[in-house]
Design a protein around this ligand. Structure first.
Ligand SMILES: NC(=O)C1=CN([C@@H]2O[C@H](COP(=O)(O)OP(=O)(O)OC[C@H]3O[C@@H](n4cnc5c(N)ncnc54)[C@H](O)[C@@H]3O)[C@@H](O)[C@H]2O)C=CC1
Ligand SMILES: NCC(=O)COP(=O)(O)O
Length: 344
């Protein structure tokens, strides 16, 4: 099988095993028929899945499999590519002792994707601070996946975070940094680079021809002509001009407080925002349970639910698998549209 033929299977890294990753992976498999899910293979520890299924009262047969075997098992059992955790897993109580194994589930999933053994990677949530305590050097998945992809490609790639649901798509320029570092970290060239990756990704992965981008300001009222801050005029406006000069449909800087209401959203396909919460608050408020986190700019497909590890409800049955299901369906849709584009 050639990679361009597509494998029909996605890899699902299990995330922090003490979080809701195991719960929603099991629940998604249980809903595979009504949700019309493509085959996926969980990359994680089958022992954790087994004990979580027991805790949740779910009857989910597991089968250890290779990515190539996963699709043929999927109707009858949840395929698992085993990565074992050294420390016992207790729902709601994460430990850095399992950090290396958690990271391995991500890197192995990426390896499968880069080798064409799966059509894309879906990641269940990790707890950043737990992984930092385990020596993880990246702020989150997005930056780690960017580093893995850059290493394989031999060139520096820019991973762009995009949160998407039926209401809104938003991409933050700065991602996992403290708020007080944002103004200094914002650079015209990074906004331009984000805009290029976003426009390309919307075309290639979402099938949107000539996407329209709206760019937020940073300060109240986009700086009020400089009276409320200079970044909007000195850093953001030149980026918008540069993107326009490159033929990308783009406008801004816009006051962030008035660019997310319904009529405003109808005027663009995606918004570029200056920092994490400016982007993520509107999209999660409009549709928390169907939001998907996508990384653009990578040579492989990656999606994720928009929520985190939810340690407060892990193992209780309260977690909803909707966002994970949306992430699986979105990854499969992207793989199908890439395959169709290759045949054109
Ligand atoms: N893609 C990823 O790996 C992400 C990881 N995180 C990590 O997750 C950890 C916890 O972050 P929080 O800010 O507490 O956000 P969170 O999304 O884990 O939880 C926020 C609230 O939403 C609820 N919730 C989350 N997912 C739910 C679901 N599927 N069904 C029902 N209720 C749900 C939780 O119970 C909690 O009350 C952090 O360490 C953060 O780094 C956060 C976002 C994404
Ligand atoms: N709030 C979004 C988030 O933290 C997800 O980040 P990543 O782990 O996908 O980079």
């Amino acid at each position: 099988m050639k990679p361009e033929d597509g494998s029909g299977t996605l890899a699902l890294s299990l995330g922090d095993p003490a979080g809701i990753g195991p719960d929603i992976a099991l629940m998604a498999w249980a809903r595979r028929e009504p949700a019309r899910l493509p085959a996926f293979i969980v990359v994680g520890d089958p022992a954790v899945l087994k004990s979580r299924a027991h805790a949740l009262g779910l009857d989910v047969p597991l089968v250890e499999a290779s990515p190539e075997e996963a699709a043929s098992h999927f109707a009858a059992a949840l395929p698992v590519a085993p990565v074992h955790y050294p420390e016992a897993v207790s729902a709601g109580n994460p430990t850095p002792a399992n950090g290396r194994a958690v990271i391995e589930t991500i890197s192995l999933s990426v390896e499968y994707a880069c080798e064409g053994r799966v059509d894309g990677v879906v990641t269940a949530p990790i707890a950043k601070s737990v992984l930092y305590d385990a020596g993880f050097k990246f702020p989150g998945h997005t930056e780690y996946l960017g580093a893995l992809a850059s290493e394989r490609a031999g060139v520096e790639l820019l991973p762009v975070m995009l949160l998407a649901n039926q209401y809104l798509r938003v991409a933050p320029v700065t991602i996992h940094i403290p708020l007080n570092r944002v103004p200094k970290a914002l650079r015209t060239e990074d906004i331009v680079a984000t805009g290029r990756v976003l426009a390309d990704g919307l075309e290639r992965r979402f099938g949107i021809r000539a996407p329209r981008l709206a760019v937020s300001g940073l300060n109240p009222h986009a700086g009020e002509n400089g009276a409320l801050g200079m970044e909007d005029e000195e850093v953001i406006r030149p980026a918008v001009s540069q993107l326009q000069a490159e033929g990308i449909l783009c406008y801004g800087p816009l006051p962030a407080d008035t660019m997310f209401h319904e009529e405003a959203r109808a005027t663009y396909d995606a918004a570029i925002c200056m920092y994490h919460d400016q982007a993520l608050i509107p999209v999660k408020t409009l549709g928390f349970h169907d939001g998907v986190n996508v990384t653009l700019g990578l040579p492989f497909i990656r999606t994720s639910p928009d929520h985190g590890t939810a340690f407060d409800i892990a193992g209780t049955g309260k977690a909803r698998p909707d966002s994970l299901i949306a992430a699986i369906l979105m990854a499969a849709g992207m793989a199908a549209s890439e395959a169709a584009a290759r045949q054109d």
